[in-house]
Design a protein around this ligand. Structure first.
Ligand code: PLP
Length: 403
């Protein structure tokens, strides 16, 4: 008789998580998850909830009252954003410059909205003029959805101008900040964003499982005065509000241990300082980009619009995607991501998010790549990427310049 493997203890390897998320989790955060589980209506847990919300407001740079972690991953937050502000028949424009813009359009459509998809080249940011023309042509629209940091292409769309434009057309702006929150500046109030959401497993440094979301005054007004019921029970903001505000009315059992994890990861962010953390992401991303370029590997994202938490590298001609990624994983314990959608097999997605955004990871990855590529027939000058990365770090420290 064979003994089933599920009777064995599970001992996962210590991977270096450098994909598009999840990112590595600091032991302090993992340890927080082993604390005793409290009830979701325990006054001591209420204090944890309040502290988490307070720190989330810091991260978002907002005073929005409804700034809470949803019990879901980022995709659930996309559903929550759409379900609460959109009603059947509402016209919305979704900017699609990658995979997650596509998903946002799908979700808005499932909420009954009339969705106008505005396509931009993969690798480019949202173009203001094209968005402006679309708003003129299709107006009035209820809302515009934009992905701040497109994790499929590695592109950052500068937000303040987009938000201004959308508001001049009296529409709400929904911003996907899943990969930017905690890794790039996200300024909810200064930029005047109406709905903005993130996820714990990217730059916030916690495991996957919660999705912070924030609703501004315009969005709250729309939600408070909508005639129709929100079609999602689970993500209905008014009910969630009654749990997260002082009423503390039961809605669903919030994931207690994940809330501890988020509290600890945010506490670590407060200790480091949000701006320092954003600079840390910029510094190591610059080193990675320099290292890749020294190997003759091109970058997919347009210059000037490159994300720091995620770099999309163009796989050199003749190199098989899977062969490199499986060797990285099996021989070096390094996980990176493959291309999504249009760029499947053509690009690598290399994440430096949260706890993973460390220069040691950049060097480990580049060194591994220098060992793998020659075996696949792609010659490299040994050490070239490492010294390029090193130079970039020194240059950054000297003057804060980014390659
Ligand atoms: C990862 C990601 C999501 C989806 O989040 P999940 O946690 O996988 O559900 C949404 N938008 C962007 C930009 C992302 O990077």
């Amino acid at each position: 008789m064979t003994i089933p493997t599920y009777l064995d203890e599970f001992n996962p390897p210590q991977r270096i998580l450098m994909g598009p998320g999840p990112s590595s989790v600091n032991p302090r955060v993992l340890q927080a998850m082993t604390l005793p589980v409290l009830g979701h209506l325990d006054p001591q847990f209420f204090q944890v909830m309040d502290e988490v919300c307070e720190m989330l407001r810091e991260v978002y740079h907002t005073e929005n009252y409804m700034t809470v972690p949803l019990s879901s991953t980022g995709t659930g937050a996309m559903e929550a954003a759409c379900a609460n502000v959109l009603e059947r028949g509402d016209r919305v424009i979704i900017c699609r410059n990658g995979f997650f813009g596509d998903r946002l359009g799908d979700i808005a459509e499932r909420c009954g909205a009339e969705v106008i998809i505005l396509d931009f080249e993969w690798g480019a940011p949202v173009d203001l003029q094209e968005l402006s023309d679309a708003l003129d042509r299709h107006g009035p629209v209820k809302a515009v959805g934009v992905v701040h940091a497109e994790t499929s292409t590695g592109v950052l769309t500068p937000m303040p101008e987009v938000v201004d434009l959308v508001h001049r057309h009296n529409a709400l702006i929904i911003v996907d900040a899943v990969t930017s929150l905690g890794g790039h500046d996200v300024r909810m109030d200064d930029w005047d964003i109406d709905v903005c959401y993130g996820a714990t497993q990217k730059c916030l440094g916690a495991p996957p499982g919660l999705a912070p979301i924030s609703f501004g005054p315009r969005a709250m007004e729309v939600i408070n005065t909508r005639p129709s019921k929100v079609q999602s029970f689970y993500f209905n903001l008014k009910d969630l509000e009654s749990y997260w505000n002082q009423t503390r009315a039961y809605h669903h059992t919030t994931p207690i241990s994940m809330t501890y994890a988020l509290r600890e990861s945010l506490r670590m962010m407060m200790e480091e300082g949000i701006d320092n953390r954003i600079r840390r992401h910029a510094r190591v991303a610059g080193a990675l980009r320099s290292g890749l370029e020294a190997l003759g590997i091109g970058l997919m994202a347009a210059e000037g619009y490159r994300l720091n938490p995620l770099t999309t590298a163009l796989i050199p001609e003749g190199i098989e995607d899977g062969a490199v990624r499986s060797r990285l994983l099996n021989d070096f314990n390094i996980e990176i991501g493959g291309g999504l959608g249009q760029v499947r097999g053509k690009a690598w997605r290399i994440g430096l998010m949260g706890e993973s955004a460390r220069e040691t990871n950049v060097f480990a990855f580049l060194s591994a790549l220098e060992q793998i590529l020659p075996d696949l027939g792609y010659e490299v000058a040994t050490g070239a990427s490492l010294s390029a990365a090193q130079r970039a770090l020194v240059d950054y420290d000297d003057g804060g310049v980014l390659p």
